[in-house]
Design a protein around this ligand. Structure first.
Ligand SMILES: [Zn+2]
Length: 105
């Protein structure tokens, strides 16, 4: 975690269920809601503390079926991460900007 990747713009498109991030190096990345949730970095979803801190599984991110699940709310966590409240009530995943940048497909 270097903290060097910062977004210049974050768009949550609830109709297409996609998160769009424009990065400070000019790159633009799109993440399906279902994919994001599939790689939720929280301890519960990762299956224990020993599994945390790994990069996102891009296969999981790409293949998740993008239906039904929505993002109810999103909030910045300091200057290094974003946290989502999912429509099924889950909200413990903290997605660092570095994690999301590295997960860009
Ligand atoms: Zn989770």
């Amino acid at each position: 975690m270097t903290g060097k990747n910062k977004p210049t713009n974050v768009t949550i498109d609830r109709d297409q269920r996609v998160l769009i991030i424009q990065w400070n190096d000019g790159r633009e990345c799109r993440y399906s809601f279902a994919g994001l949730r599939a790689v939720c970095p929280c301890v519960l979803c990762q299956g224990g503390h020993s599994n945390m801190g790994k990069p996102a599984d891009k296969l999981l991110l790409a293949k998740a079926k993008n239906d039904e699940l929505n993002i109810d709310a999103a909030a910045a966590v300091g200057s290094y991460a974003i946290q989502f409240a999912w429509s099924d009530g889950h909200d413990s995943g903290i997605y660092s900007w570095d994690y999301l940048y590295e997960a860009c497909l």
